[in-house]
Design a protein around this ligand. Structure first.
Ligand SMILES: N=C(N)NCCC[C@H](NC(=O)CCC(=O)O)C(=O)O
Length: 447
């Protein structure tokens, strides 16, 4: 077995971060619609988390934001003239679509791709499939830049394979790693890949939510597993409980998280709880590893509290010196049931022996917690050396990114600001400079 480390690639929040209520089924996004955002604070909150984890010895990297506004989208649907004309007319006639073109949603990199480490794949390379995110207009084109970014960082084809997104149709709705987790004895060991879906396109009898959309299909999860060359004996597909999707659990990572051999989950997360655990146990037996479930009962934390606090949208991290830390957002402390649960969890002598808390309120108000903000990529030492080094979080990089944010980011964006051509210029200038900071010339197609 090779030694490997899990790199968390956190999305750097882009300069157009705003609250547009674009995600039906995501309670926070809907409740904060049209309130004013603070992109500068959002980016600094994210950077503070990255810096703190890097300082603790976790492998941490940064995933750059995407170019906004998406003029290609606006022009393709009939807005024409100069860039300023496009923005003015879109603001007048289709303000919600303008907000889609401006969305900073790529910050939630758990949705950028599904990642399979080399110890799980047939060809021994790390495989990535960019997520098509086709359930929401504002996220449906992210895969274009996500693929380009992943290829820029993981360009070495001896070690890495970056697949294009699945066909962008409802049958292949794919939301990436938000519905995927990996279990293994250690980051470098052969493991079990666990895909959770909300809907089955070609089985009308399969349960599905009634109120909110299921964004991930079984067909998409199966396609990703095939593309990555996963061993069927070490791959588990499980249905999410459609009833919790209807309560605001729009991704499985809002109700469960896994790391190592631990599954931290809510008792209502899966359609068939016992069957899902059994399937995971059987698959883990193939690699001589025992599943360690940490089950949270509805009586301890009702689903509504899990959704409001994002308890399960936490990062479960294997600490460099042993033990596991659970990184939760501040909102968990403010929820009585969750705070009580967390006090007992760490005192309880289980696998999770430390809590880390961060203020990520700017992202949380759009339904993005700590786990949404990061894409996990387990890399062997050779693979880590083969990726682009400019994105690895260090004190030096942090010291460059903070003044960059302070120079280019506004501290307030309201809906009307999206019509301001100056905002578009600022976003462009910021990314031009970021290409230099990260050492990734040509990262963006800024033509
Ligand atoms: N759970 C994970 N992994 N990711 C969270 C993604 C949040 C994102 N919110 C938004 O896109 C809101 C944008 C707005 O309303 O302005 C979404 O719903 O896709």
């Amino acid at each position: 077995m090779r030694t490997a480390r899990e790199y968390n690639f956190d999305g750097l929040v882009g300069p157009s971060h705003n609250y547009a209520g674009l995600s039906f089924g995501n309670v926070a996004s809907f409740s904060n619609v049209r309130s004013s955002s603070n992109p500068r604070q959002a980016a600094l909150q994210g950077l503070a988390k990255m810096r703190a984890l890097a300082a603790r010895g976790f492998a941490q990297a940064v995933m750059p934001p995407q170019a906004r506004p998406n003029f290609r989208l606006l022009r393709r649907i009939g807005f024409s003239g100069t860039d300023a004309d496009v923005l003015a007319r879109a603001y007048r006639e289709a303000p919600v679509i303008l907000a889609c073109a401006y969305s900073a949603a790529p910050m939630w990199t758990a949705n950028a791709a599904t990642v399979s480490p080399s110890s799980d794949t047939q060809d021994g390379r790390v495989h990535f499939t960019a997520a098509n995110l086709n359930n929401k207009l504002h996220r449906s084109e992210e895969h274009v830049q996500a693929t380009r970014t992943l290829r820029a960082i993981f360009g070495d084809s001896d070690h890495f394979m970056v697949h294009d997104a699945l066909p962008p149709v409802p049958a292949f709705g794919d939301e990436g790693a938000a519905n995927h987790t990996r279990f293994a004895g250690s980051h470098g060991a052969a493991g079990v890949e666990f895909f959770v879906y909300g809907r089955v396109e070609f089985d009308p009898s399969a349960p599905s939510p009634k109120k909110y959309p299921a964004r991930q299909t079984l067909e998409a999860s199966q396609a990703v597993a095939r593309l990555h060359g996963l061993d069927p004996a070490r791959t588990v597909f499980a249905s999410q409980n459609p009833e919790v999707i209807d309560q605001g659990v729009f991704h499985n990572d809002v109700i469960a998280v896994g790391n190592g051999n631990v599954l931290f989950y809510h008792d209502q997360a899966f359609l068939d709880e016992a069957g899902t655990l059994e399937a995971l146990r059987r698959a883990l037996a193939v690699v001589d590893t025992e599943l360690l479930p940490v089950r949270v009962a509805t009586g301890q934390v009702p689903v509504a509290d899990a959704v409001a606090s994002y308890l399960f949208n936490s990062q479960l991290l294997s600490k460099p010196d042993g033990g596991m830390a659970l990184l939760v957002p501040h909102e968990c402390r403010e929820n009585e049931a969750v705070a009580r649960y967390l006090d007992g969890l760490v005192a309880g002598g289980g696998p999770i022996d430390e809590l880390l808390e961060f203020d990520l309120r700017q992202s949380m108000r759009n339904g993005g917690g700590p786990a949404c903000l990061r894409l996990r990529v387990a890399l062997s030492d050779d693979e880590a050396r083969a990726m682009h080094q400019g994105v690895v979080m260090t004190e030096a990089l942090y010291a460059k990114l903070v003044p960059w944010v302070e120079q280019y980011y506004r501290d307030r964006i309201e809906p009307k600001d999206l019509a301001d051509p100056q905002l578009a210029n600022e976003c462009l200038a910021a990314l031009e400079e970021l290409e230099r900071i990260l050492g990734l010339p040509g990262l963006y197609d800024l033509s």
